[in-house]
Design a protein around this ligand. Structure first.
Ligand code: ATP
Ligand code: MG
Length: 552
């Protein structure tokens, strides 16, 4: 496996180092175990970088295992997207893809084993009754009346469950542990439930499915996982993880360790909640560029390298925290600043007519594709008598904080081109400016004007005659609530300005370029061509990120 990760050792490495030193293990095997009930998000990227990163670091293996024992929510589409996203992030799993559903027979046999040991029973309480009987943190639970069934009876009833003799919700298999345990997960947890929804891989062959608690530890053991890494909410389940493995007489015993999940401000990292946004058409699918999914970030212009760098910077610990969105943005900015070729585009076009150039005048101007990397070459951009600038870059009367703008009587430089000066405007009958008349100084191409005139202001531009029309999609946070996961109403917290669409122009060179980007559009930010909506005749750009961190 190629080392891709800029890997920073963490507390889990200390554990593994010890295990290797004591010869508890001679090889390290981790796994990434997504449930195929949605697309991967940025939180999963953290778990992916950790699990695959550890395997790379120790020259071990990382398995990909779909935790697919919940047929109602799982689909093949999600399986395919997850496989794609992992590889796009730069990782490859060891050997074949695994599925918990591959082990369905073995898991069933282990359940039988527990029954035969008197450690599991078929319960016929309803889900609500099970909850009621469970008790609370301060009150111990109550035994189910079905708890005292004989082993023989349990074997019969469990096989009836498997044969489809019970309706959904009418019976389940529970571990027989301790209804008074201080640990709620040990109060006779459910191991199997009935589900008649066909499974995306095994169809209608089975109608009973193991719970996460039962299938996860056994799948880890079957695959010879040495270190099973999961997020902190499973800390409490660790005791059950070990109880099951200790009682099924399996000869490998992986160890579970927990780390804190990624929480990002203004971002949701729950497939279930992201699914609501998709099914209610609040967003344009799982890969909407505002979604924190890997596919959304990719469509937005994020690179795999920048996401890995982000995971590297946040590190791994047991500390719960909420990371600022600006950290993720600074990673993509740093990456694109270095790697993205430059391009000129005007998002809110306003025409400029240069008075002292002949009508139809055109001139090729050379520009670097990257100001600090000459290896990226140069391109030629047409400068013409009529050009577009951004209408917000002009003001008839400047306010104090607008000194970077074009205005009457003051000179300004067109990026990589000439110095111009505004001399007049044409307005429509409502007083709106339709075009600006300027003069240009023909002796200022790539050099300062004579007479010591200092030009500090620079604006971007595009030829008004040689350009391509384009749509620019400017994104902002999808939620206005800094912690949307706790907001009482997810939909009410959607940012109404999360997408602003603007019609503008881009330099003609884009049609000769073979790359969809990302580009740095001078002064406007980093952009990528949207692969869904862009056509040869109609370009749509997604803004990945602004050039600088916004102040709000
Ligand atoms: P979701 O609620 O989004 O479905 P999940 O934890 O149920 O999250 P899984 O598909 O079961 O999703 O997760 C696969 C792996 O990714 C698990 O090991 C899980 O702990 C890890 N993971 C999920 N979300 C995060 C997160 N926000 N930060 C770090 N790891 C995460
Ligand atoms: Mg899950």
């Amino acid at each position: 496996m190629k080392i891709l990760m800029n890997y920073r050792p963490n507390f889990i490495n200390h554990i593994i180092d010890k295990d290797l030193k004591s010869k508890k293990h001679t090889n390290v095997r981790t796994r990434f175990p997504p449930e195929p009930n949605g697309y991967l998000h940025i939180g999963h990227a953290k778990a992916i970088c950790l699990n695959f990163g550890i395997a790379q670091y120790y020259h071990g293996q990382c398995n990909l295992r779909f935790d697919d024992t919940n047929p109602e929510k799982e689909h093949k589409e999600y399986v395919e997207s997850i496989k794609y996203d992992i590889q796009w992030l730069g990782f490859m799993w060891h050997g074949d893809v695994h599925y918990s559903s591959d082990y369905i027979e073995e898991l069933y046999d282990y359940a039988i084993k527990l029954i035969k040991k008197g450690l599991a029973y078929v319960d016929e309480l309803s889900i609500d009754e099970i909850k009621k009987y469970r008790g609370t943190l301060t009150r111990s639970g109550k035994n189910s009346p079905y708890r005292s069934r004989s082993i023989k009876e349990n074997l019969i009833y469990f096989s009836k469950m498997r044969n489809g003799d019970f309706l959904e919700g009418k019976a389940c298999l529970r571990a027989k542990i301790n209804m008074a345990s201080p640990s709620m997960v040990m109060r006779d947890p459910v191991l199997y439930r009935i589900k008649y929804t066909p499974h995306h891989r095994i169809g209608k062959n089975w109608c009973i499915y193991p719970t996460y608690d039962f299938s996860h530890c056994i799948s880890d053991a079957i695959e010879g996982i040495t270190h099973s890494l999961c997020t902190l909410e499973f800390q409490e389940n660790r005791i059950l993880y070990n109880w099951i493995l200790n009682n099924i007489d399996i000869n490998t015993h992986p160890a579970q360790y927990e780390f804190s999940r990624l929480n990002l401000k203004y971002i949701i990292t729950s497939k279930r909640k992201l699914n609501i946004l998709v099914t209610k058409n609040i967003v344009d699918g799982w890969d909407d560029p505002r979604m924190p999914t890997i596919s959304g970030l990719r469509r937005r212009g994020y690179t795999a390298r920048s996401i890995r760098e982000f995971c590297h910077r946040i590190g791994i610990s047991k500390q719960e925290s909420q990371i600022e969105l600006s950290l993720l943005e600074s990673c993509i900015r740093a990456d694109l600043n270095k790697h993205a070729p430059r391009l000129m585009a005007v998002i809110n076009p306003m025409k400029i007519i240069i008075n002292n150039l002949p009508v139809g005048y055109e001139e090729k101007i050379e520009m670097p594709n990257h100001p600090n990397n000459s290896d990226m070459g140069v391109r030629h951009v047409i400068f013409s008598q009529e050009i577009f600038i951004d209408r917000f870059d002009f003001c008839e009367i400047l306010n104090n904080n607008e000194c970077y703008k074009l205005t009457f009587g003051q000179e300004i430089r067109l990026r990589y081109a000439y110095v111009i000066k505004a001399e007049g405007v044409k307005k429509d009958k409502n007083g709106n400016i339709i075009c600006i008349y300027c003069s240009y100084d023909p002796f200022t191409l790539h050099k300062n004007p004579v007479g010591g005139r200092k030009i500090t202001r620079v604006i971007h531009w595009v030829s008004a005659t040689r350009n391509i029309s384009a749509e620019f999609r400017l994104y902002d946070k999808l939620f206005i609530h800094p912690n949307p996961a706790v907001a009482s109403n997810l939909i009410a917290n959607i940012n109404p300005n999360s997408l602003i669409i603007s019609q503008g122009v881009v330099e003609e060179n884009i049609i000769h370029s073979y790359s969809s980007g990302p580009y740095q559009i001078e002064r406007e930010g980093y952009f990528i061509l949207d692969h869904h909506y862009s056509k040869k005749s109609y370009l749509v750009f997604n803004r990945t990120v602004t050039l600088k961190e916004s102040k709000n």
